[in-house]
Ligand binder design. Structure first.
Ligand SMILES: C[S@@+](CC[C@H](N)C(=O)[O-])C[C@H]1O[C@@H](n2cnc3c(N)ncnc32)[C@H](O)[C@@H]1O
Length: 298
C-alpha cells in the first residue's frame, strides 16, 4: 500500500491547511516550557506556553474525526526553581476543548538514565529533613478521546490487516499503565538539539489507536519520529513543524532523503507557510531572538 506523508512548516496553533474531521489519530510531544523558541521568541511566561497548548488542543479537536484519539507526551517541569503542573493544566485544557480523558500511561526511562543529579544530590550534601528533591525518571502519556468510536465503521479487511500481535502486546507489557521504554540517547545524530521521543512510543500508540491506511497527525513533528513510524506501519501522516531548517532531518529520518526519494513508492510532500502570524521560522531567527531577549533582561 502506497502512503503519503506531508510536512507543513508552520505554527500548529493554526492547522488551517487541514479541513475539519480529517485525521484518525494525533500523537505528539509539545516543546518544553523552557524551550528557547516560541514563534515569537521565548515562552516569556507560563501563560504564553499554556496559550500554545490551548490553541493546539482546539485545532486538534477540530481536525480529528469523531471517536478518535489524541495522545500527548508531556510532563511537569522545573524551571528556575519553580515546578509547573503542566500535566494537570494540559488535562484541563484538553477537556475544555471537548475531549474526554481516556487514560494516562507513565513512561519510565531506564534507571541508569539518571545518576545522582544536582537535584537529588542536595540531600546527600544535607542529609536532613526538608532537603529532598527527587530526580525525575518519568514522563506522562495522556490519552484523550473525541466522543464515541464507531467500531462497525471499519471494513473487515482493514480490521484484519491492522490486527495487533497478541504476543508483542503481552511480552512487552503494553497492557499496563507503566511503559518501560529506553529514551533516545544523547548524541544521536538525527535528534541533535531536538527532544525526540523513541520510535517505540509512537509505534505502540499508532498500532493501538489507528488502522492501516489512516492518517496520523503530529503537530510538533521535530525530527519526524512519528512520520517514520507511521510510514513503517502503513499509515499516512501529516506533521507540523515551526523550524524550517528541520526538513533535511525529517527527510532522512522518514527515509525520503537522496536516492530513496526516487525509488520508493510512498509520497513525501512539503508545504511552507511563509507569511502571517503562524508562519515558520528558521534557527538564525531563534538565535537572534534569544540574544535580544537575554540582552533586554540584563
Ligand atoms: C519536543 S519536540 C518534538 C520531538 C518529536 N516528537 C521527535 O521525536 O523528534 C517539539 C518540536 O515542536 C516544534 N515546535 C515548537 N513550537 C511549535 C509550534 N507552535 N508549531 C509547530 N511546531 C512547533 C519544535 O521546533 C520542536 O521541533
Amino acid at each position: 500500500m502506497k502512503t503519503k506523508h506531508k510536512v507543513i512548516f508552520g505554527n500548529c496553533m493554526s492547522m488551517e491547511e487541514l479541513p475539519d474531521n480529517l485525521c484518525h489519530l494525533m500523537v505528539t510531544s509539545p516543546p518544553y516550557f523552557n524551550a528557547p523558541f516560541d514563534y515569537d521568541g521565548f515562552f516569556k511566561t507560563y501563560e504564553t506556553f499554556l496559550g500554545v497548548i490551548e490553541k493546539f488542543a482546539n485545532e486538534t479537536y477540530r481536525v480529528l474525526q469523531d471517536g478518535r484519539i489524541a495522545v500527548v507526551n508531556i510532563d511537569d517541569m522545573l524551571v528556575n526553581g519553580t515546578k509547573y503542573p503542566i500535566v494537570a493544566d494540559t488535562f484541563k485544557i484538553f477537556q475544555k476543548a471537548g475531549f474526554q480523558y481516556r487514560d494516562r500511561i507513565i513512561w519510565k526511562k531506564p534507571d541508569g538514565y539518571l545518576r545522582i543529579s544536582k537535584r537529588s544530590g542536595v540531600l546527600l550534601k544535607n542529609p536532613y529533613p526538608m532537603y529532598f528533591y527527587p530526580d525525575n525518571l518519568l514522563e506522562s502519556i495522556i490519552i484523550f478521546q473525541k466522543g464515541k468510536f464507531n467500531y462497525s465503521s471499519i471494513p473487515e479487511k482493514i480490521r484484519e490487516l491492522s490486527e495487533i500481535d497478541k504476543k508483542e502486546f503481552q511480552d512487552n507489557k503494553w497492557y499496563m499503565t507503566l511503559w518501560e521504554i529506553t529514551n533516545v540517547l544523547p548524541g544521536s545524530p538525527l535528534e541533535k538539539n531536538i527532544a525526540a521521543f523513541p520510535d517505540e512510543l509512537p509505534y505502540r500508540i499508532i498500532k493501538l489507536f489507528s488502522y492501516m491506511g489512516e492518517i496520523v497527525l503530529d503537530p510538533f513533528l521535530g525530527s519526524g519520529t512519528t512520520m517514520k513510524v507511521a510510514r513503517k506501519l502503513k499509515r499516512h501522516s501529516i506533521g507540523f513543524e515551526i523550524i524550517r531548517d528541520l526538513e533535511e532531518t525529517i527527510r532522512k529520518k522518514a527515509g525520503f532523503a537522496g536516492l530513496e526519494n526516487n525509488t520508493n513508492e510512498d509520497i513525501f510532500e512539503i508545504h511552507v507557510r511563509k507569511s502571517g502570524k503562524y508562519r515558520c521560522i528558521d534557527t538564525d531567527l531563534i538565535e537572534q531572538k534569544k540574544k535580544s531577549y537575554l540582552n533586554s533582561n540584563e
